[in-house]
Design a protein around this ligand. Sequence first.
Ligand SMILES: NC(=O)c1ccc[n+]([C@@H]2O[C@H](COP(=O)([O-])OP(=O)(O)OC[C@H]3O[C@@H](n4cnc5c(N)ncnc54)[C@H](OP(=O)(O)O)[C@@H]3O)[C@@H](O)[C@H]2O)c1
Length: 216
Amino acid sequence: MKKKIGIIGSGIVGQTLASGFLKYGYKVMIGSRDLTKLADWKSEANEGGAIGSFAEAAQFGEIIVLATKGNVALDALQLAGTENLSNKIIIDTTNPIADTPPENGVLNFFTELNNSLMERLQDAFPKANFVKAFNSIGSTLMVNPDFGTEKPTMFICGNDQKAKDAVAEICELFGFEISDMGTVEAARAIEPLCMLWCIPGFRQNWWNHAFRLLKR
Ligand SMILES: NC(=O)c1ccc[n+]([C@@H]2O[C@H](COP(=O)([O-])OP(=O)(O)OC[C@H]3O[C@@H](n4cnc5c(N)ncnc54)[C@H](OP(=O)(O)O)[C@@H]3O)[C@@H](O)[C@H]2O)c1
């Protein structure tokens, strides 16, 4: 029996992953503070998906996807409700992008190298099991991207092994190879991959690439 998915975030990432989960037969509720934002998503062949508030989506989900702007992630989780998040897996797609514009294509972060957004979220919601994933790949490439015979790498991290195993299974279904970087502190390294990923986009309008870890 597939787990129910609750998505906190109505932007392109929330909508793309919601559609991906629906494609694989998961039950999905996507949350927003403003349900009119989801009318188009619902009418575009996503009839099976439910929409609701952040709290309703979090309550619905056995697995939660966090897909809000990074600087409001804590607020969004508070709106979702601690009781709706406890003992659940939270797939954290967010990045700590500051409101100041990129400098020569390099995003500004509001975190420093020795801390990360996901550590702040994990500290604030200690009973939830955060797993970083999908933060350093463009939304158009999040579900079964076609790179010929190669699979992109999804770098993940988090403190709970069972949570990471469950997220790894989802990432594999969505067409990625997994590289588990360890505990929540590894988000300090995974979140900035988003900066690197965006540079060719901002500088040359190239947005169709993905990371792959070569091993021997
Ligand atoms: N775009 C990409 O290709 C991409 C790729 C990888 C990772 N990411 C990361 O994924 C996350 C989501 O990105 P996105 O582009 O889909 O959406 P976004 O525009 O960054 O965020 C939209 C969401 O943020 C929520 N939000 C905004 N202000 C809020 C507030 N004051 N309180 C609570 N919630 C608030 C919105 O809530 P309402 O629904 O209520 O308006 C909406 O659900 C970001 O952290 C981004 O860095 C993005």
